[in-house]
Design a binder for this molecule. Structure first.
Ligand SMILES: [Zn+2]
Ligand SMILES: [Zn+2]
Length: 237
């Protein structure tokens, strides 16, 4: 029991010193941290936009109205038009017969709408989430992979690092208070050992993420320096 107290007494000041040190280290970098978070959010947004666009129609322009196609449809001959443009074209055809593709003169038999299914699905998902109706449990399970991916990406930033560190601080303080305030040795040995191992793993993973972040920063700085050096050499010549 005395040994356990000694461990706790050693652990608490160490944790406090570490937390103050990390706080001092991170506070001047706060704007860097914020910009990093914003950059990550922007990248995620761009990725999601790129994922929605099929690769075979890079410009998405409609040959009828010469604008970017709204609610684009792709004909069976592989040409892309606005849904409304092609339907207007169809309504002006004699006897409402099948359309002949304005580009390749093939008969249009099938008009799969490229974005409509996705848009309807997204709108339904949004309404389910925010209309206040009770959501089935399966919906929360369906969201889990996305949340896990986002959380995993968030952990590898300075913000995520700080969150884990302060979580550990709170858990450690709580454990210390429980240990010191209980008159009897209530914590069983295996539980203590498991908690200790979990804490060690958290510390090791924190260090690991810290090292990864520092390496990334050094690599980015190196690339920027090389780029500026190349630019200055080009401008001199
Ligand atoms: Zn159009
Ligand atoms: Zn065609």
């Amino acid at each position: 029991r005395k040994a356990k107290y000694r461990n706790v007494q050693l652990d608490l000041p160490l944790t406090l010193v570490l937390s103050v040190g990390l706080h001092k280290l991170l506070l001047p970098n706060f704007h860097y941290l914020l910009s990093n978070l914003l950059k990550t959010a922007l990248l995620l947004f761009q990725e999601s936009l790129q994922a929605q666009q099929p690769s075979n129609h890079s410009d998405f322009s409609c040959p009828i109205c010469l604008q970017t196609a709204t609610l684009p449809v792709e004909t069976n001959c592989g040409h892309l038009f606005c849904g409304s443009c092609l339907i207007t074209y169809w309504k002006h055809s004699p006897w409402l017969g099948a359309i002949i593709c304005p580009l390749c003169r093939q008969k249009v038999r099938h008009l799969p709408c490229i974005h409509l299914k996705q848009i309807v699905h997204d709108i339904r998902a949004y309404n389910k989430r925010f209309s206040g109706q009770p959501r089935p449990f399966a919906d929360y399970l369906y969201d889990m992979p996305l949340f896990l991916t986002l959380a995993l990406r968030g952990i590898f930033t300075w913000g995520g690092l700080m969150c884990i560190f302060f979580l550990r601080l709170v858990v450690c303080s709580f454990g210390t208070i429980i240990c010191l305030s209980s008159p009897f040795d209530t914590m069983p040995g295996p539980l203590c050992r498991t908690l200790g191992t979990a804490d060690d793993m958290v510390v090791v993973s924190l260090l690991f993420i810290c090292v990864i972040n520092i390496c990334q920063q050094i690599a980015t700085n190196g690339v920027n320096m090389a780029r500026s050096a190349a630019q200055s050499m080009l401008s001199e010549s």
